[in-house]
Design a protein around this ligand. Structure first.
Ligand SMILES: NC(=O)c1ccc[n+]([C@@H]2O[C@H](COP(=O)([O-])OP(=O)(O)OC[C@H]3O[C@@H](n4cnc5c(N)ncnc54)[C@H](O)[C@@H]3O)[C@@H](O)[C@H]2O)c1
Length: 321
C-alpha cells in the first residue's frame, strides 16, 4: 500500500495535489504537513501535522511516525519571496531539501520535489530550452532549485535514491491564491478583470513566460510520481504547456470581457522574468513518461473565468462577447 507524506501541503499546488492523492490512495494514506498548526477543518480533510522543514529531525520523525514510502516535498519559498529574504530561502529551500533527501535515503522512500523554470538564468538559451543546458540562475530561488536537482541526482547515482523532479513553469489556478512568485500576475489578472475590469501588471506587456494550468500540473505530477522507475533515464524534467505575455493574456481575457483594461507598472519581478526562458522543450518528459498537456491558453482562460466568476459570485456568461 502506498503511503505519502507531503511538506508544504497548504500551498497553491499542495492543496490541490493532496486532494488528488487522497482520492487516489485513500484519505488516511496521505499525510499533509505545513507551518500551520492542526485544526478541525484541516484534520477533516485527512491526517495533518505541523512540520517545519528547517527543523533537521522533523521530516525523518514524521516519516517514521506515519510509516510512509513516498515523500512529496513541496515546501519552498518562491522567487519573489526568496529575493526579499535570501537567508530564509536558503534555510527552507536548501536545508529543507537536504533533510528531505536524507530521510528518503535512510527510509528508502521515493521522493518527488518540484523544480522550476527559475533554475535557468540569463545566459540560458531562452527559446525551446532543453532539459540540459547552461544553468546560471541569478536568484536565490533559482540557485536553490539547481542545488536540489544536482543533489537529488547525486543521491540517486550514489545511493540509488528514487528522486524525481519536474521543472514547472508558472502555475495558474482558481484555488489558493499564489503568493511570492513572479508569475502570480497570471492569476491576479483574472480576479481583477472580473471584479474591477482593470488590472495593473508588475511585468512589461511583452514579458513572455512558460505557463501551465493546474489540471495539467496535477496530471503531470501524478504521472511522474507513478511512472515505472525502469522507464526513467533522467531524474529532472522540463514540463511545458503554453507560453504567453501579459499583453497576450489580457487580449485573451478581452475576448470574454471586452471592456477589461490592463496597465503596466513593472517592478523588480520584471528582472526575474527576463532571466528565464520564454518556452521550454519537454521532449524527455513526453518520451519517458508520456507527458502531454490538455489545456491551451484559450481553454485555460475560459475555464478560469467560469470558475472564478462562480467563486466570486459575479455574473458572467461563458464566451460572452
Ligand atoms: N506555483 C508555481 O507557479 C510554481 C512554479 C514552479 C515551481 N513551483 C514549485 O512547486 C512547489 C510548490 O509551490 P507552491 O506554488 O505550492 O508554493 P506556495 O508558496 O503556495 O506553497 C509553499 C508552501 O510551503 C510552506 N512552507 C514555507 N516554509 C516552510 C517551512 N519552513 N516548513 C514547512 N513548510 C513551509 C508554505 O507555508 C506554503 O504553504 C515549490 O517547490 C515551488 O518551488 C511552483
Amino acid at each position: 500500500m502506498t503511503r505519502i507524506l507531503m511538506t508544504g501541503s497548504l500551498g497553491q499546488i499542495g492543496t490541490e495535489l493532496i486532494a488528488l492523492l487522497r482520492t487516489k490512495y485513500g484519505k488516511e494514506n496521505v499525510i499533509g504537513t505545513d507551518l500551520e498548526s492542526p485544526n478541525e477543518e484541516l484534520e477533516d480533510l485527512g491526517p495533518y501535522q505541523r512540520l517545519d522543514v528547517t527543523d533537521h529531525t522533523a521530516i525523518a520523525t514524521a516519516v517514521e511516525l506515519y510509516n510512509v514510502d513516498w515523500l512529496v516535498h513541496n515546501a519552498s519559498l518562491l522567487s519573489a519571496s526568496g529575493e526579499r529574504n535570501p537567508r530564509l530561502a536558503m534555510d527552507v529551500n536548501i536545508r529543507g531539501f537536504e533533510y528531505a533527501i536524507e530521510a528518503a535515503k535512510e527510509y528508502n522512500l521515493r521522493i518527488l520535489t518540484p523544480s522550476s523554470m527559475a533554475a535557468f538564468g540569463p545566459s540560458t538559451p531562452r527559446l525551446n530550452t532543453p532539459d540540459v543546458t547552461i544553468m546560471r540562475p541569478n536568484t536565490i530561488y533559482g540557485v536553490s532549485k539547481v542545488y536540489i536537482e544536482l543533489l537529488g541526482e547525486y543521491y540517486h547515482s550514489k545511493w540509488g535514491v528514487d528522486f524525481r523532479s519536474l521543472r514547472y513553469p508558472g502555475i495558474i489556478s482558481s484555488g489558493i491564491m499564489p503568493e511570492g512568485g513572479t508569475t502570480d500576475y497570471a492569476v491576479d489578472i483574472f480576479y481583477e478583470a472580473l471584479k474591477q475590469k482593470t488590472y495593473e501588471c508588475f511585468l512589461k506587456p511583452d514579458a513572455t513566460l512558460p505557463m501551465m494550468y493546474m489540471p495539467d500540473c496535477l496530471k503531470g505530477t501524478l504521472q511522474l510520481l507513478e511512472a515505472d522507475n525502469a522507464n526513467l533515464i533522467s531524474r529532472v524534467f522540463n514540463v511545458a504547456a503554453f507560453s504567453f505575455s501579459p499583453g497576450e493574456i489580457a487580449a485573451e481575457i478581452q475576448i470574454h470581457i471586452p471592456d477589461f483594461e490592463i496597465t503596466y507598472n513593472p517592478d523588480f519581478r520584471q528582472i526575474l522574468a527576463e532571466s528565464w526562458p520564454q518556452s521550454l522543450s519537454d521532449t524527455n518528459a513526453r518520451a519517458q513518461w508520456n507527458w502531454m498537456p490538455d489545456y491551451t491558453l484559450s481553454m485555460m482562460v475560459e475555464d478560469m473565468l467560469e470558475k472564478l466568476a462562480a467563486k466570486l459570485e459575479i455574473e458572467y456568461l461563458s464566451g460572452s462577447e
